[in-house]
Design a protein around this ligand. Structure first.
Ligand code: NAG
Ligand code: NAG
Ligand code: NAG
Ligand code: NAG
Ligand code: NAG
Length: 949
């Protein structure tokens, strides 16, 4: 959503460029141009065997309009008539002197059919140029015989859409040592693949190559270093080739390189060198793993027109030398880690049409007027940085400045304040407008609804107020995405008589969250193409039945409303749903049993915080996509259905705060992706154990608190929490890409999990951490007995460990001191005895510690964190002593002080005062004296002394 228009634009941009190249290839690269069809340019008639070969070639195809993608395609072979001079045929070129066919250009000729491996085409041995691009060869293979056309200089088998050749690119291609241009590219994924050995041979043999375009050809390897030997190279276009490894940096230095397109090779790494080739016109590294900083010398690339490094791993500041690149049309730095300010030199780039800086850490206060100096600006994306944008005088903008022809304006989270910026309504070409996450107040000006080119409007998360009338909205006939939700104070007025207007609406994505809706918006009924409907945080009470016929819906979010009654089983008609969220309503009755099996696409199912009762669905269709199931905080009961093991993708299962009655669901271990289980507040019972082996490989949050679990805690179970035990504690726990996508597009994950653990200790901590960093075990409030397994100490990624309110006996394992990430340790209300192990002082992140109400004894460790915990962390242990407690320690081993009779408390108090003076004296006299004296003091005074130093 956020970068939608930038994406659309870049594709457009590339297409534009690609078509430019094809034209240049056609006009510049052919030895003779199309005027050869006029007579005086050739002296020989066509050779008969070549004419025959061409006619046979023609006959092997049928004409089908859909075979070509180019809207201006036409069947060139219609002019190929037997017993006429083939040198006059459309698309044929003959040599001026010999009359041999040297060029065949059948680009966009609507040819359809399979390519014969023995095609007569390959008898045209004088061929120098072969262009069969944009025809449909029915997924046949590129014939190996092409390698026999040894004079070939230009070979173009590309397609404007999907390449219609498939299979392996024949290794014989490398025999074409005269090749100057090779184009096998297409625009969507295709089953054409090129072995890296073939690519290497080509680069070693066809050393004069000037243009090599392999977009969307699957190469799946690193690039051969021999590419750096192709000194004549001008175009290198390897967009989306599954390249990986380190990019040979020498390619940047090829003297004539003008186009370098490596976009969408996610695992291709590389750095930006000090530039040498001043001829570079296009650099596209978008969506690769290129990293490092941009060198100042980038300012030497004075021909550069497009510089796209979106979604890479670059950092550092934006070099002001970019301002030297006066030819720059597109500067796309979105989604990197650039920081610092926008160099003022950028505002001098008069040709700039696309300036995309979203998603970095760019800061500074910038007047929007600066950008209006860029008279050609089409796309301006500044969202999600640390910028503060402001507008000097609105009236000045309106009256004196001509605004550039902006199509896409991304100013989300740019600290815009005050009234809605009305100058925006002067941007008459505007199609995408993102203003979410600012501090805009007041009403939406009605002139905004005059921008009839708007397709995407996102005003969410502002302080806007007033009424939005459907009438106004219906003027935006091209609108596909509308987001007015999230924190605005808008009221939404629906008038019945506008329905017929709205029928025209193209709206697919609609977010009216927090819009004070009391009724389900009726006009939605007439939105035929609806895919996403987000109505959370309103006051809607009922869902109309017609909603169940919106089978195009992919996400439906009506959480936090006042929905009443039962969930209609007709909901299962929505078989395209990916996300269904009805949490926090007043829904009653059973969960429709079809909900587990109605859709293979459903990934996120959230019905928590309602009043649903009965059993949960028992059937889960095999091959389903469920990643998250949230049934928490309802009145559900019964056992957990074993069929849940069909949810192979499940990552989060939350059934907390219900009345489920079952034994420990060890069988969930067969779910390979399971990361979070919450069974909190139910009636689960019996021992926490697995009957045979245990392997919860990916689990990193388990909350079993407030149940009736009993028996000993099995070491086997603890040992099986492998991802809590990884040797490298910095690895984040990996959720699938879908999950992250969901998290970004829907709501921040820590907020989203909020209801999951209600006020549990895990939740308190999730507020501070992202889900993927949280590793937690909460077994509190059960009847678990026996000792705390020593193995617990090996879970070195744990952040939260809560074993409180159980019946644990024995000592606190000193191994817990090895859980170096631990921030919360709660062992309170058990029957633990012995000392608090000194090793726990190693837990330097420990923020919350509670061992109250056990039978612990001995001194409380005083090092590090421990000095910060207060008495309520320790109370209710008769044998404990320490400065936090009324009972101070009398360390017999170190303490040859006389024992006093009488009231211990007042005694300690006076001791403390007495020795305080001595310490101060000692301190005044220097370190050595202090320490020397210290040995003679009671434990707590000693500690105090140590702290003073
Ligand atoms: C191509 O022709 C050769 C001999 O001319 C023959 O041996 C071969 O089988 C033919 N291949 C196909 C696929 O027709
Ligand atoms: C290089 O080209 C020559 C001549 O065209 C050919 O004979 C040879 O097999 C080619 N080498 C490779 C590795 O393809
Ligand atoms: C580049 O070409 C030279 C000479 O033909 C050759 O020796 C060298 O190995 C080539 N380099 C690579 C990386 O292929
Ligand atoms: C680079 O281009 C120039 C001008 O087009 C040409 O003269 C020169 O030969 C080219 N260099 C190489 C190594 O092909
Ligand atoms: C390239 O840029 C660097 C740094 O901006 C500069 O010092 C150098 O002179 C430039 N080189 C050329 C050939 O322009």
């Amino acid at each position: 959503m956020r970068f939608l228009c930038s994406f659309a634009f870049s594709i457009q941009f590339l297409l534009l460029f690609s078509s430019l190249f094809s034209t240049t290839l056609l006009t510049n690269c052919l030895p003779l141009n199309h005027s050869t069809t006029t007579h005086h340019h050739h002296y020989h008639e066509c050779h008969e065997h070549e004419s025959y070969a061409l006619l046979r070639f023609k006959e092997s195809f049928v004409i089908r309009k859909s075979a070509s993608y180019n809207p201006f395609s036409y069947p060139k072979t219609l002019s190929w008539i037997p017993s006429t001079d083939c040198c006059n045929w459309d698309g044929i070129q003959c040599h001026e002197l010999t009359g041999h066919v040297i060029g065949v250009d059948l680009a966009s000729s609507q040819l359809y059919g399979s390519m014969d491996p023995n095609s007569t085409l390959f008898s045209l041995v004088h061929l120098q140029s072969l262009n069969l691009s944009d025809n449909h060869f029915n997924h046949s293979q590129i014939p190996a015989k092409i390698g026999e056309l040894s004079h070939l200089r230009h070979l173009n088998l590309s397609h404007g859409n999907e390449n219609t050749f498939s299979g392996e690119v024949p290794p014989q291609l490398s025999h074409l040592s005269n090749l100057l241009s090779l184009d096998l590219s297409s625009y969507t994924n295709q089953p054409l693949y090129l072995k890296s050995s073939t690519l290497t041979s080509i680069t070693q043999n066809s050393t004069r190559l000037q243009h090599i375009l392999l977009d969307f050809v699957s190469i799946s390897s690193s690039l051969p270093h021999s590419l750096t030997n192709l000194t004549s190279l001008q175009t290198l276009s390897f967009y989306n080739c599954e390249l990986y490894g380190e990019f040979p940096i020498g390619i940047f230095h090829l003297p004539n390189l003008t186009v370098l397109d490596l976009g969408s090779n996610q695992y291709l790494r590389g750095i930006m060198p000090e530039f040498l080739s001043r001829k570079l016109v296009v650099i596209n590294l978008a969506s690769t793993s290129f990293y490092g900083t941009l060198p100042t010398s980038i300012g030497n690339l004075t021909s550069l027109s497009l510089f796209n490094i979106e979604s890479c791993s670059f950092n550092g500041t934006i070099p002001s030398s970019l301002g030297n690149l006066t030819q720059l049309v597109g500067l796309k730095l979105t989604q990197n880690s650039f920081y610092g300010e926008i160099p003022s030199s950028l505002f001098e780039l008069k040709n700039l049409e696309d300036l995309s800086l979203s998603g970095n850490f760019i800061e500074g206060k910038v007047a929007l007027e600066m950008f209006w100096k860029l008279k050609m600006l089409n796309v301006l994306e500044l969202s999600n940085n640390k910028l503060s944008l402001f507008s000097k005088e609105e009236s000045a903008v309106n009256n004196q400045t001509t605004l550039p022809p902006i199509h896409c304006l991304g100013l989300s989270s740019c600290n815009l304040t005050g009234e809605f910026p009305t100058w925006i309504t002067n941007l008459t070409s505007l199609s995408h407008l993102y203003l979410s996450g600012n501090y805009l107040q007041g009403e939406i000006p009605s002139s905004l609804f005059m921008l009839e080119n708007l397709t995407l409007l996102d005003l969410s998360h502002n302080w806007l107020e007033g009424q939005v009338e459907l009438d106004m909205l219906s003027k935006l006939k091209k609108l596909t995405n509308l987001n007015l939700g999230g924190g605005n104070k808008l009221t939404f007025l629906e008038e019945k008589n506008t329905w017929n207007i709205i029928i025209l609406s193209q709206i697919q994505y609609l977010d009216l969250s927090s819009c004070n809706l009391v009724h389900f918006p009726n006009f939605v009924q007439h939105l035929q193409q609806m895919t996403d409907l987000h109505l959370q945080d309103n006051n809607i009470r009922t869902i109309p039945d017609w909603l169940w016929s919106k089978t195009t819906l992919q996400s439906l979010v009506i959480s936090n409303n006042s929905l009443m009654g039962e969930i209609s089983p007709s909901i299962c008609n929505l078989h395209s749903l990916v996300l269904l969220d009805l949490t926090s309503n007043n829904l009653v009755g059973m969960i429709p049993s079809c909900l587990g099996s109605f859709s293979r696409s459903l990934q996120f199912l959230r019905l928590g915080r309602n009043k649903l009762s009965g059993n949960i669905p028992q059937t889960y269709v095999k091959g389903n996509s469920l990643q998250l199931i949230d049934f928490g905080s309802n009145r559900l009961h019964g056992p957990l259905p074993r069929q849940l093991i069909n949810c192979r993708m499940l990552e989060i299962l939350d059934v907390s705060f219900n009345h489920f009655n079952d034994s420990f669901p060890f069988w969930l271990q067969s779910l390979p992706q399971l990361k979070v289980i919450s069974l909190r507040n139910n009636k689960f019972h019996g021992p926490i154990m697995c009957p045979s082996t245990c392997s919860f490989l990916k689990l990193h949050i388990i909350d079993l608190s407030h149940n009736d679990f009993s028996g000993n805690l099995s070491s086997e179970v603890i040992k099986s929490f492998r991802s809590m035990t990884l040797s490298s504690p910095s690895d984040p726990v990996q959720f699938t890409d879908d999950f992250y996508h969901f998290q970004q597009s829907y709501v921040d994950i820590s907020l989203f999990l909020f209801p999951m653990f209600n006020k549990g200790v895990i939740m308190d901590y999730l507020g501070r951490q992202y889900l993927h960093q949280m590793v937690a075990i909460d077994l509190s409030c059960n009847k678990i007995s026996g000792e705390i397994p020593d193995i617990m100490g090996s879970l070195n990624r744990l952040v939260v460990l809560n074993l409180s309110n159980n019946m644990f006996t024995g000592t606190i394992p000193s191994s817990l001191g090895k859980i170096s990430n631990l921030e919360v340790l709660d062992l309170s209300f058990n029957s633990l005895s012995g000392n608090i192990p000194q090793q726990l002082t190693e837990l330097t992140f420990l923020d919350f510690f509670n061992v109250s109400f056990n039978n612990l004894s001995g001194p409380i460790p005083e090092d590090r964190q421990f000095s910060t915990f207060e008495d309520n962390s320790f109370e209710g242990n008769k044998g404990l002593c320490g400065i936090q407690l009324v009972k101070k320690c009398e360390d017999n081993s170190k303490l040859p002080l006389p024992t006093h009779d009488g009231d211990q408390e007042s005694e300690s108090g006076s001791l403390f005062e007495l020795y305080w003076i001595v310490i101060v004296i000692g301190y005044g006299g220097g370190l050595v004296a202090g320490l020397a004296l210290g040995n003679a003091f009671s434990g707590d005074v000693f500690i105090l002394l140590k702290r003073l130093f």
